[in-house]
Design a protein around this ligand. Structure first.
Ligand SMILES: Cc1ncc(COP(=O)(O)O)c(C=O)c1O
Length: 422
């Protein structure tokens, strides 16, 4: 008999679905969620046990893909099974309420999307702009924030003004200030860059933008699930985030936050059932009465209830640990890794700012004596999943750590890196 069981058997459901055939997990039962009274590394090792992550290698690439814990996979599979058993596909109204609450916003400000890029496209096309209007971005954008705005510029003649991120929050605020002029209509920067994991002072930037009548459209791919986010307090008009990175939710899940006061500033370019307040194709001419008075207008077509249920399970996982405790752990691990990298500073250049406020859970470095691709490949062979960063011509290696990583893993990574660079 196989030493591995199907995931549903693992969950005690004793069934296997064709859609998940091929998935199997180690035989051990999922350990109970650790008591919050367990301290230090013992707690985080127990948290690691909540993930089906393979022990064959050390995963340090949460910035690209956040593996989900068992509880999320279980919720996803159960909902999927329920829906496909009953044929009742429901809607995500109840989930929207819980999801919005997690980010400190109203359900009417929360649109469910499939990835960050979708949210950014809704913004890039939805904000009314004319030829000559300016949008501020950085030179360190991910394709997901660069391409939608480049595409809008190609069609509409808007001007993209970029700045190279600097090493402190004060300097970055200053860079943005310098770029603002009477044509500036939008600041469309990331909360955290994908290249070096640099954190921008979004709250201050949003205050500045508001004073100047500029809209803020933040790429929050690395903000949701790293920080204990309160989007209302942050003050941005729009925030496109995802659940498949730091939220540790299902792949293909994301959201767009649209501040209530900014709702009417965003044209709903793509709409569908439930976006509207009425439509009639039998009248002459056919009519669209209007849009629902909420960010629900930006959802369209069939949505997956099971994915929404999985998103809620992800928020519950974060809440169970404690959103503050997650943020603090990410900072602690980031500092621990940084301290180790600093000891190797004759062999590498650290590109992530050293300023504490300017980093959260990603660290990027460039080897001094070896092409970054060679170093990255060697790390891969040694059993570490990292990300190589060509964006912005950064040409470096990015390491990202989340709650399932331990200090022991960071030590192992540093030992391997030392060997590779020596
Ligand atoms: C800063 C940043 N923005 C946008 C994206 C695109 O995210 P998604 O795949 O959810 O569209 C990424 C993905 O890595 C990213 O790092």
């Amino acid at each position: 008999m196989s030493s591995r069981r199907t995931f549903l058997q693992h969950l005690g459901l004793g069934l296997s679905l064709p859609s998940i055939a091929g998935f199997s997990f180690p035989q051990e039962k999922r350990p109970p969620f650790p008591s919050s009274s367990i301290q230090d590394e013992a707690y985080w090792k127990a948290i690691k046990g909540q993930f089906p992550l393979t022990a064959d290698r050390i995963y340090l690439n949460n910035g690209t893909f956040g593996p989900a814990p068992f509880s999320v996979l279980e919720a996803l599979q159960k909902s999927s099974l329920d829906i496909n058993t009953s044929g009742e596909y429901g809607n995500s109204d109840a989930e929207r309420v819980q999801l919005a609450q997690f980010f400190g916003i109203k359900p009417s400000e929360f649109s469910i999307t499939h990835n960050t890029t979708e949210g950014i496209n809704i913004l890039a096309w939805g904000i009314p702009l004319q030829a000559g209007d300016e949008v501020i971005l950085t030179t360190h954008e991910h394709a997901g924030n660069a391409l939608p705005w480049l595409n809008r510029a190609k069609y509409s003649g808007i001007v993209l003004r970029t700045f190279e991120p600097k090493e402190t929050q004060a300097k970055n605020l200053n860079e943005i200030q310098k770029l603002i002029n009477s044509n500036t209509k939008v600041i469309a920067i990331p909360h955290v860059t994908c290249t070096t994991g640099l954190v921008f002072p979004i709250q201050e930037i949003c205050s500045l933008a508001k004073l100047r009548g500029i809209l803020t459209a933040i790429d929050g791919a690395h903000g949701a699930g790293t920080f204990n986010l309160d989007l209302t307090a942050m003050g941005c008009d729009f925030y496109a985030g995802c659940f498949h990175k730091w939220m540790l939710g299902p792949s293909g899940t994301a959201f767009l936050y649209v501040r209530e006061e900014s709702l009417e500033k965003l044209r709903p370019v793509m709409i569908g059932g439930h976006s509207d307040t009425g439509w009639d194709m039998t009248s002459t001419p056919p009519t669209l009465a209007g849009y629902v008075p909420s960010a629900r207008r930006f959802d369209y077509g069939t949505q997956s209830k099971a994915l929404a249920v999985g998103m809620v399970a992800a928020t519950e996982f974060h809440t169970q640990i404690g959103k503050d405790r997650v943020e603090t752990r990410l900072q602690t691990l980031n500092q621990y890794l940084l301290d180790g990298l600093l000891e190797l500073n004759n062999k590498l250049d650290i590109l992530t700012p050293l300023e504490k406020e300017s980093r959260i859970a990603l660290l990027t470095f460039r080897p001094k004596n070896m092409p970054y691709q060679v170093c990255g490949d060697e790390l891969g062979k040694a059993g570490f999943r990292i990300r190589q960063v060509p964006e912005g011509k950064v040409n470096a290696i990015r390491v990202s750590t989340h709650v399932y990583n331990t200090k022991e893993e960071v030590d192992a990574f540093l030992a391997a890196l030392t060997r590779i660079l020596s």
